[in-house]
Design a protein around this ligand. Structure first.
Ligand code: IMP
Ligand code: MG
Length: 183
């Protein structure tokens, strides 16, 4: 059942200006680290769609986009612990420099699965960029190469991230109140 929470119940965490400043810094770092090379920006649907579109505009290197989709969280905020590939990349990853773009790394279960899946396709390099990192909940050892913000153990929504598919469209990032997070 959809929660009765409204936008007014959310607590502002990261305003859009702060998000965009940080994304510009990450873009600058990627431009420097891969100077002269071509990148494949591989977003994880749906949460990373906004981050990928802003990050892509901060990257000045020759780039292509692609998306993968996995099932992880259902309508609840708890991970089922099992990951299933729903959509694979459309283009071959072999010999490409793949930058996997995620919204948030929580338990690491999703990224562990994706990393193994993508490495089997023999990219020239595989780097992970995540806007948010919640290291306190890690179950799988996964170290993103680029991290926007390290966040506390709170459920967040906005800027692509959802609670039961809602709030993805918000331009800022919010904390969900703890009583709703636990439902
Ligand atoms: P993990 O497999 O536990 O690392 O979770 C990865 C996925 O769960 C992320 O890509 C998000 O889509 C989702 N997720 C984890 N934490 C949050 C959160 O606080 N808000 C919204 N989505 C989350
Ligand atoms: Mg995600």
């Amino acid at each position: 059942m959809a929660p009765s929470i409204t936008i007014r119940d959310l607590e502002l965490f990261l305003p859009r200006e702060q998000i965009h400043r940080r994304i510009d810094q990450i873009g600058t770092a990627i431009n420097r680290d891969f100077q002269g090379q071509s990148l494949l920006l591989l977003g994880v649907l749906k949460g990373a769609a906004m981050f990928l579109s802003d990050l892509a505009r901060a990257i000045t290197l020759d780039s292509t986009f692609d998306f993968v989709s996995v099932s992880s969280y259902g309508a609840s905020s708890r991970s089922s612990g099992t990951v299933r590939l729903v959509k694979d990349a459309d283009q071959p990853l072999e010999n490409r420099i793949v930058i996997l773009v995620e919204d948030i790394v929580d338990t690491g279960v999703t990224l562990r699965y994706l990393k193994n899946h993508l490495l089997a396709q023999r990219p020239a390099a595989l780097k992970i960029v995540t806007l948010l990192d919640k290291p306190s909940r890690r179950l799988q050892a996964i170290e993103p190469d680029y991290i926007g913000f390290t966040v506390p153990n709170r459920f967040v929504v906005g800027y692509g991230m959802d609670l039961a598919e809602r709030f993805r469209n918000l331009p800022d990032i919010y904390f969900v109140p703890p009583n709703i997070q636990e439902e």
